[in-house]
Design a protein around this ligand. Structure first.
Ligand code: R5P
Length: 282
């Protein structure tokens, strides 16, 4: 077995290969003069290939499909640590595509199975045309938080939909967990507070699958401090951090912002490698 990877998933791919004790195939990435992407897998492949690539942007999407084609004649497991386009998972308005379905179908082509990590909605997996298995980094995030020595931590989901993920994380340390309840005060004003617990004097950790603009989290942080929180931290699986979101969150008073390496960032404090390697061994 060999691991191959796209340009933006190199570090995670090497970590997965190290966990498995296998090689990562050297690959050259370039562009044609007109901007089109080019790649070449330089090392010979084995019978079985693990292809690792997050769909972080359009180039990464195309690169992943090119890589699958370059690995023809091998048995292929496609690991998509972050599946972009997953948030458009239904037609919100007439005339819209179901982008998650488009991505899943396109990435099913010529592969034998798929592994995703905290896919935005479990239901998206049914759009893959091959067996697809979604992993959760809740245990890894919980272990990471255990090492942080937090004072009276409260694990907080930004909404009720993310409450199960927060509960899985909280279970690791035996911490309390809750979710933010939104009350609309007026056309522009929204009040956010934990549904059940008081945050006064506690370190609050807001957990989510994705941090994109960080908009909701920044607003919630200010309100949690107004309610007496001692500190607010943010941790997510996929650190998209669009439009200066990392700085926006820190400016709003979030004491630490951490993500996993499904999208490789300087603040990737949690790795998906062990969890993915364990799934590949099965
Ligand atoms: C939404 O359903 C997701 O789980 C995240 O809560 C969302 O993508 C975060 O977006 P933003 O950082 O832009 O508030």
């Amino acid at each position: 077995m060999k691991v191959v990877c796209t340009e933006k998933s190199q570090i995670l791919a090497v970590r997965i290969a190290d966990e498995l004790g296998v090689q990562v195939a050297d690959t050259r990435f370039a562009r044609f003069p007109d901007g089109e992407l080019y790649l070449q897998v330089l090392d010979p492949l084995d019978d079985e290939t693990v292809i690792v690539g997050s769909v972080t942007d359009n180039d990464a999407f195309i690169q992943l499909m090119l890589l699958v084609d370059a690995c023809e004649m091998t048995k292929k497991t496609l690991v998509i640590p972050y599946l972009g386009y997953a948030r458009q998972d239904k037609k919100f308005k007439d005339g819209e595509p179901i982008s998650a379905r488009v991505a899943a179908r396109a990435l099913s082509h010529e592969v034998d199975s798929v592994i995703t990590v905290n896919i935005h909605e479990k239901d998206i997996a049914r759009h893959f045309k091959v067996p697809a298995h979604d992993l959760s980094l809740a245990a890894e995030i919980g272990e990471y938080l255990k090492g942080r020595d937090l004072d009276k931590p409260l694990i907080l989901a930004p909404d009720s939909g993310a409450a199960d993920f927060a509960a899985e994380i909280a279970a690791v340390g035996g911490w309390q967990c809750d979710y933010l309840k939104k009350t609309r005060l007026s056309g522009e004003e929204v009040m956010m507070e934990p549904k059940t617990f008081d945050v006064a004097g506690r370190e609050v950790v807001i957990t989510d699958d994705i941090i994109s603009t960080g908009g909701t989290l920044a607003t919630a942080t200010k309100m949690l401090y107004a309610q007496g929180a001692a500190a607010v931290h943010a941790i997510c699986v996929h650190g998209v951090f669009t439009g200066g979101a990392y700085v926006h969150l820190r400016s709003a008073g979030v004491k630490s912002v951490v993500c996993s390496d499904t999208i490789e960032r300087a603040c990737s404090g949690v790795s998906a490698a062990r969890c993915i390697a364990a799934a590949l061994r099965k």
